[in-house]
Design a protein around this ligand. Structure first.
Ligand code: X2X
Length: 343
């Protein structure tokens, strides 16, 4: 077998070793051979974030349980592009799997998935997962499926989002007035921060570090696990614990690629993705609870404002009335069934 660079890249280092040692076909080398199905998953977070760590563990379990038939390769950190790009690739079939927030680019196709990000809707993780593992989640997954995509049952955690800034701590609603803040692509984020009288700009995550560094924007908002793993503390000074919204990732699949998998392989994939998602939720909750001290050690100045006044500003701005109308009576009722009256 001739080994040129292309062969090497296609077959991988395992096969090179096999070819070189003349052991082709040896049964114990089976794992090094190409899988029958090699699918990619793209994510927007750094490799060290529990989202990627647990997806990789799920992929390992899936390879093992399918006897090497199914390989899922993880491409973290926007290696395959920003969220809108990866979402387009997923829809076109160039990418088989993609994790995406319901409030992010997914809401351009399925607007109602953004409902999980409504400002101050969930008071804690108990409410978040009661809603998303319950009726609201089932309803949203139905809409995603109707739009032609595949979605796994368990949502992965991003966390409650906090505001960081290079210019000031956020202590009162007045501190947000006119603040140039980066938000992810998605209508809801713009409505939320306009409702709080800030000046939000949509920027996809792959451009956030440099947008903060060059001061195109003063601040951004993300869960502490993201602030830490993406090293945003290097380009931000303050972090205000606003927990203004919860955010999570749906594990999406391309319909044609999914339907190509035999039923027993699909079952193994879903079973593992859903069980590792539950592990990942625990990791993120623990991290977000313990990272304050770590981030202070890295130089961030952290404060915890009383959020009552912020909610009042949002209510008075008409935010909840507007969102209720946007998402619709049925969806709003499913949300309020868990959260209690919001508007
Ligand atoms: O873009 C973001 O800020 C991120 C990484 O949190 C999302 O995917 C929504």
């Amino acid at each position: 077998m001739a080994m040129n660079r292309r062969n090497f890249l296609v077959t991988g280092a395992g096969s090179v070793a096999v070819a070189a040692s003349g052991m082709l076909g040896a049964p114990w080398i089976r794992r090094a051979q190409a899988a029958e199905f090699t699918y990619k998953v793209g994510t927007d977070l750094p490799a060290s974030h529990p989202l990627n760590v647990r997806i990789q563990e799920a992929a390992n379990a899936i390879r093992k349980e399918t006897d090497g038939r199914m390989e899922i390769r993880v491409f973290p950190n926007n290696q395959l592009g920003g969220d809108p790009d990866m979402f387009a690739q997923l829809r076109a079939g160039a990418l088989e799997f993609f994790t995406l927030s319901g409030a992010n680019a997914l809401s351009a196709l399925v607007p109602k998935t953004a409902i999980s990000g409504v400002g101050f809707a969930f008071k804690d993780y108990g409410q978040v997962f009661a809603a998303l593992d319950g009726e609201l989640g089932a309803h949203l997954r139905g809409l995603i499926t109707k739009a032609g995509l595949v979605v796994q049952d368990k949502v992965w955690d991003n966390g409650f989002r906090q505001i960081t800034s290079s210019t000031k701590a956020i202590r009162t609603p007045a501190d947000l007035q006119g603040m140039k803040i980066r938000v992810p692509p998605g209508r809801l984020w713009i409505s939320l921060f306009r409702g709080l009288s800030a000046a939000p700009t949509s920027i996809s995550f792959n451009e956030v570090y440099s947008a903060l560094q060059t001061k195109v924007v003063e601040g951004q908002e993300n869960a502490l696990a993201v602030v830490d793993t993406a090293k945003l503390y290097e380009v931000q000074k303050y972090c205000s614990m606003t927990s203004h919204m919860w955010d999570g990732f749906w594990f999406l699949g391309n319909r044609a690629a999914w339907d190509k998998l035999p039923a027993n392989v699909r079952d193994i994939v879903s079973k593992n993705l859903n069980s590792y998602a539950l592990q990942q939720r625990k990791d993120v909750a623990q991290l977000n609870a313990s990272l304050q001290a770590t981030l202070e050690g890295k130089g961030l100045v952290i404060n915890s404002p009383d959020m009552t006044a912020f909610r009042d500003v949002l209510r008075k701005s008409g935010f909840y009335a507007e969102q209720k109308q946007f998402f619709g009576e049925e969806e709003w009722a499913l949300l309020e069934k868990v959260t209690g009256k919001l508007a």
